[in-house]
Design a protein. Structure first.
Lengths: 336, 186
């Protein structure tokens, strides 16, 4: 590991200044991914700007009924927070489905969003990787890619985003709050992460030097039935092969509001807008859920070894949607 | 920083004070050093083990400010002012082992023992988390917030999934932890 300067920021302004003063700097949160990548030689910062002492560890109810989660709220505290468990169960479930107790105690809300892909070629500096080194090639496309993307990938990168938390945020219509020298802005969580396109080195829409200060959960999805389900190789402590977060409101026998986001299928949480459009106003039957999921996944382009992800994701979505219908699924009356 | 300096010429050592098992230590550390290495190499506390060194195996688990963490992923410089508890600190000043240590002995909950300090520190943290009402992946989502979570075998297995045991002593590790929760069977 190369040496680096260490700056402990006392304020957001100080953090941004220190970042600007050290080209090649990185912000340090819980460090569970960054320190690991530094050990692997994937990240080689000239300076670490430690933001962990900033006052961003609060969960606050805002006057409009939304819930603001400070970027330094630890994953374990986020998952255990009574208001999160009560109003946004999918978020609590998603966080608890990820990592281990030790890692969730260290990892922060902001850092979770900014973690990098676990593509083994990205993490191995001896292998080609366009994300690590633009123009270097992609070893995963013809290599071991069972865990990789089936949606939205490009010729340059087939990596997936590993976060569970981000998938729940995307389905719940959360926003990400960013601080930068130009001020504070909010972006939709569903649009915070990017597809790889021509620039696989860019995971998110964050600008250099910007700091995630919070995520905001909207009043509109507070208290609605929601859930997260994750399929993985082990029962615990493994990244998703496919996952889904769903928020579903049924009123007068039809779908009044629905948010569906898939995890581990793409370079970002995959908000299933086509499926949602198909379901809005429809009766919440298993058949309708199947058709909607199939419609969304019809644009999947699986690689040599990961076609299994498409039916897996479909079945997860149908299962979670069906379970979220109040008083159980409506009988198959329209299936005849 | 003068313009003649390169980006890596800034100081790369800083002073940091850690309170380890109740005793303060002020050290000047290279920024690259993680807590695990400082504990083992500078403070001669070799209970916490280096297994994978990547946060995947849990052998390095200690408690920082009362919470279990992977000490291999924590930069010592960033922990200035923190309270650290290692397996060496569990029995306090006395000769008697901590109830968890006693339970691991009683249940013969290890073979080689390399993962054991991490298992015990992790179990200690997990017990406190459950007591304070933290849910896990296998907790019923409808369970009331803020109330202690009872730890059955499924809960213990899930909550300790961040601690690998290559000898495969898991059944007895679960037995030992269950003994300490007071719900163990004989």
């Amino acid at each position: 590991m190369d040496t680096f300067a260490y700056v402990r920021a006392g304020s957001l302004a100080e953090a941004a200044e220190a970042f600007a003063a050290h080209p090649g700097a990185r912000y340090l949160g819980g460090g569970t991914n960054l320190v690991d990548l530094m050990k692997l030689g994937v990240e080689r910062p000239t300076a670490l700007v430690d933001v962990t002492r900033l006052p961003l560890a609060e969960v606050t109810e805002l006057p409009d009924g939304s819930l603001r989660i400070g970027a330094l709220v630890r994953n374990s505290d986020l998952a255990a927070h009574p208001l999160v468990r009560d109003r946004y169960p999918a978020l609590s479930q998603a966080v608890l489905a990820g990592a281990s107790g030790q890692l969730r105690n260290a990892a922060t809300t902001g850092g979770n969003l900014l973690q990098r892909t676990r593509c083994p070629y990205f993490q191995d500096v001896s292998k080609p990787c366009n994300k690590r080194e633009p123009g270097n090639g992609c070893a995963a496309r013809e290599g071991v890619h069972r865990d990789h993307a089936v949606l939205g990938h490009s010729e340059h990168c087939i990596a997936t985003h590993p976060s569970d938390l981000a998938v729940a945020l995307a389905a719940l219509d959360a926003e990400v709050e960013l601080y930068g020298t130009a001020g504070v802005r909010r972006v939709a969580a569903a649009g915070f992460h990017r597809l790889p396109g021509e620039e696989p080195e860019r995971d998110t829409v964050i600008e250099p030097g910007e700091i995630v200060t919070a995520v905001v959960l909207p009043a509109a999805t507070a208290g609605l039935p929601s859930a997260y389900r994750k399929a993985r190789d082990r029962a615990s402590y493994a990244f998703a092969l496919a996952s889904v977060a769903v928020v579903l409101e049924v009123a007068d026998g039809v779908v009044a509001r629905v948010g569906i986001a898939f995890g581990a299928l793409a370079h970002r949480p995959w908000r299933a807008r086509r499926a949602e459009e198909a379901l809005l106003g429809a009766a919440p039957t298993p058949a309708a859920f199947e058709r909607a999921a199939d419609l969304e996944l019809s644009e999947a382009r699986p690689l040599r070894d990961n076609a299994y992800k498409v039916p897996l994701a479909r079945n997860l979505a149908v299962d979670v949607l069906t379970r979220l219908v109040p008083d159980g699924p409506v009988p198959h009356e329209e299936d005849s | 920083m003068g313009s003649e300096h390169g980006p890596r010429s800034a100081p790369h050592r800083s002073e940091t004070t850690l309170r380890v098992n109740g005793k303060p230590h002020t050290l000047t550390v290279d920024h690259r050093r993680v807590l695990l290495d400082v504990l083992r190499e500078d403070l001669d506390l070799t209970g916490a083990k280096k297994g994978c060194d990547h946060g995947q195996c849990g052998a390095c688990t200690v408690l920082v400010d009362g919470r279990r963490v992977n000490s291999c992923l924590l930069l010592a410089v960033a922990l200035d002012g923190s309270d650290v508890t290692t397996v060496e600190g569990l029995s306090g000043d006395g000769e008697d082992p901590h109830p968890l240590q006693r339970a691991f002995l009683d249940r013969d909950a290890f073979q080689c023992g390399y993962c054991t300090p991490g298992q015990i520190c992790s179990a200690l943290g997990a017990l406190a988390e459950a007591e304070s009402g933290h849910p896990s992946h296998v907790t019923d989502p409808g369970a009331p917030s803020g109330r202690p979570v009872a730890l059955d075998r499924d809960e213990i297995r899930e909550r300790l999934s961040g601690n690998l045991c290559r000898c495969g002593a898991y059944p007895r590790i679960v037995d030992a932890v269950q003994d300490v929760t007071g719900t163990g069977s004989t």
